[in-house]
Design a protein around this ligand. Structure first.
Ligand code: IMP
Length: 206
């Protein structure tokens, strides 16, 4: 007996994307949706920087996956550098006081810098990083962030290239972690609150 759907038969409506990991409540952006978005962002960045060399400054650890995919789609010459800033406070929200675990190795003076971030949440990391880089007299500084969570902003920051605006949820996957886990998930999804309930380091919830 044939079980395939006839051409006229409609697919049942699906309101939610399937959860592909037991700790994930909902998948917000699939691997395919992220790949398409990164491609669009890279095309825009390549157009804007045509004829220039850009230094990509990746904010560790979360932005590493985004950087790896983004840079391979760029058609302009680029150099990669990494910074790792640790915020005092909980492991999942910025207090605004940072410890620099790894600083820039490259000189950014008179060069074009593109900061590559995983998610802009309170905006504090980006605010202080921009100040840090601008103090070194670059030719220009722009920001590419895969995700933006505007509802949690504590300080106004401008993002030049933004992938997706996310709701006020704690998300993991595609480089983003909770307690250093879930970075390897190929999609971005909402972590089940049971996973961090009772933990010493719960995400900063709404
Ligand atoms: P900020 O609050 O904008 O300073 O963001 C600081 C960092 O917190 C980001 O670069 C992420 O690594 C992390 N972060 C913020 N929101 C989330 C989230 O929903 N999931 C995972 N990490 C997050």
């Amino acid at each position: 007996m044939r079980t395939t759907r006839s051409a006229t038969e409609k697919k049942p409506a699906r309101t939610r994307k399937p959860a592909l990991h037991p700790d994930i409540r909902e998948v917000l952006y699939t691997q395919e949706e992220i790949a398409a978005k990164v491609k669009t962002m890279a095309a825009q960045i390549s157009r804007d920087y045509a004829g220039k060399e850009v230094i990509l400054v990746c904010v560790l650890k979360g932005a590493a996956v985004f950087l790896a995919d983004l840079m391979r789609q760029l058609t302009v010459p680029c150099i990669v550098d990494y910074v790792n800033w640790s915020s005092y406070g909980t492991s999942t929200s910025s207090s605004g006081v940072f410890r620099i675990l790894q600083d820039l190795e490259e000189s950014v003076e008179s060069r074009h810098v593109l900061i590559v971030e995983d998610i802009i949440d309170t905006g504090l990391t980006l605010h202080y990083l921009l100040r840090h880089i601008r103090g070194r007299n670059p030719a220009s500084v722009k920001v590419a962030a895969l995700l933006d969570k505007p509802s949690k902003r504590k300080i106004e920051v401008h993002t030049d290239y933004c992938g997706f605006k996310v709701p006020d949820e704690f998300v993991v996957g595609y480089g983003l972690d909770y307690d250093q886990k879930y970075r390897n998930l190929p999609f971005v999804g909402v972590l089940r609150p049971e996973i961090y309930a009772g933990s010493d380091t719960p995400p900063d919830k709404p």
